[in-house]
Design a protein around this ligand. Sequence first.
Ligand SMILES: [Ca+2]
Length: 340
Amino acid sequence: MGKHQKAGQALVRGKTHRRLSQAASSLKCSASAEDTAAVGLNSVLTDPRTGMAALICILLAFLVVPAVLSSGAGQPKLYGYKVIRELPHDPTAFTQGLEFAGSCQGDSKCKEKLWESTGMYGESSIREVELSSGKILREKRMATQDFGEGLVKIGNRLLQLTWLTPKAYSYHVDNFDDVRELRTPLRDGWGATSDGRSVIVSDGSSRLSWLDPQDLSLRRSVDVHDGIFPVKYLNELEYIDGSIWANVWMTDCIAIIQPKTGKVKAWLDMAGLRQNLQQENPQQRPVMDVLNGIAWDESKRELYVTGKYWSKLYEIKPMLQTASPTRQEVKAVRSRCILG
Ligand SMILES: [Ca+2]
């Protein structure tokens, strides 16, 4: 095939793609064509549009997807990281939730609070931790039958999920007293964060759910995907600048997710952090578990991560590797970050 024939065909494909995309846009299909196809029929049919419009959206989505994929458009950005600070962390903490709240007035007066939820039966707790030293300032142990999971601050309360159950606990943020037992609509609790309006939770699948902070009733949910691939095992969460950041269990990856569609906008590859810490502490190597725990200091724009039974907590800065990865780069990151 000659160069001009190839160029001509590409032009025709481009025009066809644009026309299909414009048709989808005119029908007000809520997600992009690629997202619509990826989230599948169920998600689309639960949308409050009429059935006919939804079906047309699906049809358009499946016509557009091959063109999108072949053009390489819509691929996730790839980030690496730079370690800014290394801070102490309790190596007996099986970190399941990490939450920061802080406010600064002027240059010197900052009120900083870091809370942590730890897991394992008989070891689970909620704690307030001094960021600079890792010292436990306050702790409430959970009952032996409870396995602590995600943690989020809502107003003057801290909400903590539990593993394999719909049970959640709410504590007063100042003293961990006035403990209230609540129920989520989930069968399993993993990560928790908030966009300021809803509690956003993960349950170990690819699904994120938005809950009413008052009664934890389900408002909406979305299935997280990268291209056509569902991203399972979403674990600890953090809401940062309009995106949801999620640890992916058993990997060194953090998915940066568009809340509306569930699309992975970017991957933050944290490879090396756990491995370096294991080399520094060979005696701790057998017990050190995976990366889990993201906390965001919005006022200072500082990002903290740690892991289960890690002796350090890190302030890191994401570093953009590429905004337009090659197919091979996308394939490689998906093989590291998406588990079947
Ligand atoms: Ca968090």
